[in-house]
Write a protein that binds this ligand. Structure first.
Ligand SMILES: CCCc1ccc(-c2ccc(S(=O)(=O)CCO)cc2)cc1[C@H]1C[C@H]1c1ccccn1
Length: 240
């Protein structure tokens, strides 16, 4: 099979991001501060600036009943659902289909006053990882989004600011089989979600503005997205 020029990068970044996502907020050193909590959802960030720009890494952990890691990753990865849950999108298109599990996206996000409008080009890869720690343990599903260059979308259009991001959505399905040996239903499953993201906003924007945008938008995004997956999955057969 002919290797795409990104195949090696995708493999390396996915392995690195999965390893990082698996580290609890306790383990990867201090510095993680809880900034949002809602039921089972906990959102942490580290205050970090690069060249005077806010690039605060974000890590969210959430446990959602009634859906599997495969379902969460499926709806996060697949382009046909994105406008349903990503409310900050003005435009999105698939620039290149590298393989059935690796796509390149262009996204134009709505302008968030007073910051200028942002756009991003990234490859997105969905992968099913056998649980190497525990053979018959629950499988892990992940989607990794990583900024990339594409000749059709040079980052210097002038009108918008190109952002750079690395995102990892890591999902572990927990099954509590019913005592009486009945078939597994949605009441017997839940999904442990870890969402990690580092976004470099590209051009300069006031730290206070960016931090306010992230503080408002990330909790909204994760709640809306998980509610969307629950709603889409509830009357369908379970995707393990
Ligand atoms: C000035 C920064 C602007 C800004 C940078 C980045 C993103 C952003 C892009 C992609 C992803 S994703 O997880 O890959 C899902 C696919 O869309 C999440 C967030 C959004 C905003 C803006 C729209 C705001 C926002 C921030 C956080 C979450 C959602 N929306």
């Amino acid at each position: 099979m002919v290797q795409h020029h990104l195949t090696a990068e995708v493999d390396a970044v996915v392995k690195q991001q999965v390893a990082m996502a698996r580290l609890g907020v306790g383990e990867c050193g201090t510095g993680w501060q809880l900034f949002a909590e809602d039921g089972e959802m906990r959102m942490y960030r580290r205050e970090q600036e690069v060249d005077g720009m806010v690039v605060d890494p974000l890590k969210a952990v959430h446990t959602v009943k009634g859906i599997t890691g495969h379902e969460v990753c499926h709806y996060f990865f697949s382009p046909q659902y994105r406008y349903d849950w990503e409310t900050t999108l003005e435009h999105m298109n698939v620039v290149e289909t590298i393989s059935e599990d690796t796509l390149v996206f262009y996204q134009l996000h709505k302008r968030i006053w007073p910051a200028s409008q942002r756009d991003v080009v990234f490859w997105s890869h969905i992968r099913h990882l056998p649980n190497d720690q525990d053979r018959d343990g629950p499988h892990i599903w992940t989607v990794v989004n990583q900024s990339t260059e594409h000749p059709e979308y040079p980052g210097c259009s002038g009108k918008t600011v190109r952002i750079y991001l690395t995102v990892c959505l890591l999902c572990q399905t927990i099954v509590n089989p019913p005592k009486d040996g009945a078939p597994i239903s949605r009441n017997d499953i839940s999904c442990k979600i870890t969402y990690c993201s580092v976004v470099n906003p590209g051009g300069w924007a006031p730290a206070s503005v960016l931090r306010a945008v992230y503080k408002r938008e990330y909790p909204k995004f994760l709640k809306r997205f998980t509610a969307y997956v629950i709603n889409q999955s509830k009357n369908k057969p379970i995707m393990f």
